[in-house]
Design a protein around this ligand. Structure first.
Ligand code: XMP
Length: 518
């Protein structure tokens, strides 16, 4: 999309929490982009035209000769710069200060910084004394670069907050982006104020710009969009529909692995509320037929991914001459993360997406959400009038119930799973817990156990309940339901769902577990 808003550039040196810097800035209505340090050349900086720059933390040590450095041209752009942790140290090293590694100077975890002197960058800090911050450093700055002064210290970081006020260069040893620096956002706010940002990044404005950009990209050509019923593809579809109306056709694939009433709800919502051209592809027999007898998780995932592409291709042909494929790709999926080893990361699971499709079909991609984080997509969804019940839906994976039914899948197992899941979600809603939970679902275990109901012996399936809290699905913690809730839910499932006689609750976090079981 054309750059019509102010931009802040975040240079990533490989910190685990670089994305949080972007989150804090977006919350302050500042548009920002994260790019890996390897990509930052003088030419890149010229083309990028940032209004300010932030240098992230990272695992390297500036004491090592081959540690990553930004080009010196960065410091001559005349724009405000904020260095965080490694970003502070690299700034000092480049500008003539020094960094040391020494005994008793490492700090990991909570620390308190003490003010030396007031400047606008620390407005709102130190009103009630020292401020809590989060530190994570082995090296420390031992002499600031010429032009810099020290404005706050901590026991093991004598240069906790430093700045060269004339050049508007700021550098901090701690991490203002993390939750454990409670007033970190205030520092970002002060920094962007110093840099002249006017908060022009709002979802209302984004909507207008995105609509124009879609019109410019697509012209009078046709677009197809795979609709899963999840928030991302739904928001992308509604946005594109607003831009090009009838030129858009959505394809919703029912693979027989959806939840109770899901297919009707999605189709009704898009056909009735939005009057969108929608192909409801009933492919239950195809998917369940091919999955018959398959029990290996990766085989199941890959098979489903391949069938999705086949089905999509078949139905897209019916639209006639589509030149574009729309996807709900989000910003976290497009950020190129810094890899110090240079090696590929291990594949934990083959996630299903339609990635292989555009090339095969000669389609170009329309990805109107690729600059947004998930919470921004939800805000945009609200802007577009999507009902809040839809926007707040828990994520649901492309392979659907197939990966919640470990081992072989049968119609009978899927029926039992659907019913149990519906009772569990009903319980969560009744107790008003749905919005507190990132994702909740039932897993039907490939195990039957002995029980007694009435005076009879039962030999039925066991199931596991899963509920997690998370901010992005990358890490997660199990939800601490009360024993009353768990007991009541177990009783309801056993009473209402024939085929289950034992309930367990999964208390594994991610890592070491994953959210889904397969
Ligand atoms: P895991 O199980 O990897 O899941 O911890 C993290 C998040 O991703 C969702 N998920 C998927 N979403 N296609 C999707 O669209 C997939 O193949 C897929 N596998 C997992 C999962 O539900 C959770 O939100």
């Amino acid at each position: 999309m054309d750059q019509i808003h102010q931009k802040l550039l975040i240079i990533d040196f490989g910190s685990q929490v670089t994305q949080l810097i972007a989150r804090r800035l977006r919350e302050l209505n500042v548009y920002c982009e994260i790019h890996p340090f390897q990509k930052i050349t003088e030419q890149f900086l010229k083309n990028s035209e940032p209004q300010a720059i932030i240098l992230s933390g990272g695992p390297a040590s500036v004491i090592d000769e081959d540690s990553p450095r930004p080009p010196m041209a960065l410091f001559k752009l005349g724009v405000p710069i904020l260095g965080i942790c490694y970003g502070q140290q690299v700034m000092m090293k480049c500008l003539g200060g020094s960094v040391e590694r020494g005994h008793g100077t490492a700090e990991f975890g909570r620390a308190f910084v003490t003010k030396k002197c007031d400047i606008p960058f620390v407005d709102g800090w130190f009103d009630e004394g020292d401020e809590q911050v989060w530190m994570s450093h082995g090296d420390h700055v031992s002499a600031v670069a010429p032009g810099f002064e020290v404005f706050a210290t901590s026991p093991n970081a004598p240069y906790a907050i430093t700045a060269d006020l004339s050049r508007k260069f700021y550098a901090v040893q701690f991490h203002p982006e993390v939750h454990h620096t409670p007033k970190g956002s205030k520092l970002f706010k002060n920094f962007i104020q110093q840099a002249g940002f006017n908060g022009d990044w709002t979802m209302g404005k984004y909507r207008e710009q995105a609509i124009q950009a879609i019109k410019d990209q697509v012209g009078n050509q046709k677009v197809i969009c795979g609709l899963s019923g999840g928030v991302d593809s739904s928001v992308a579809a509604v946005l594109i529909h607003e831009a090009i109306g009838d030129q858009l056709t959505c394809v919703f694939v029912d693979h027989g692995l959806l939840r109770e009433k899901e297919s009707d709800e999605v189709v009704k919502m898009f056909r009735d509320n939005y009057k969108m051209a929608l192909i409801h592809a009933d492919e239950r027999d195809l998917f369940l037929g091919e999955l018959d007898g398959q029990s290996d998780p990766e085989t199941k995932r890959k098979l489903i991914g391949k069938l999705f592409i086949d089905v999509f291709q078949k139905h897209a042909a019916a639209v006639g001459g589509a030149k574009f494929l729309a996807q709900g790709t989000l910003y976290p999926d497009v950020i190129e993360s810094v890899s110090f080893s240079g090696g590929p990361s291990v594949t934990i699971k083959s996630h299903h997406n339609v990635g292989g499709l555009p090339e095969k079909m000669g389609l170009k991609l329309v990805e109107p959400l690729r600059e947004l984080f998930k919470d921004e997509v939800r805000t945009l969804g609200k802007e577009l009038g999507l009902p809040s019940s839809f926007i707040g839906r828990h994520p649901f994976p492309g392979p659907g119930l197939a990966i919640r039914c470990p081992g072989e899948i049968t119609h009978k197992k899927l029926d039992i799973l659907r019913k149990a899941d519906a009772v569990y979600i009903d319980q969560i809603r009744k107790h008003d817990l749905y919005d507190e939970i990132w994702q909740a679902f039932v897993v039907l275990l490939p195990v039957r156990t002995v029980g007694v109901m009435g005076d009879s012996r039962t030999y039925d399936y066991a199931c596991a309940l899963r509920a997690v809290t998370s901010t992005d699905g990358m890490t997660a913690d199990y939800y601490p339901f009360t024993h009353e809730f768990l007991g009541e839910t177990a009783t309801r499932i056993i009473n209402e769902v024939q085929g289950i006689n034992r309930i367990t609750y999964d208390i594994t976090s991610k890592p070491p577990g994953t959210i889904e079981w397969e």
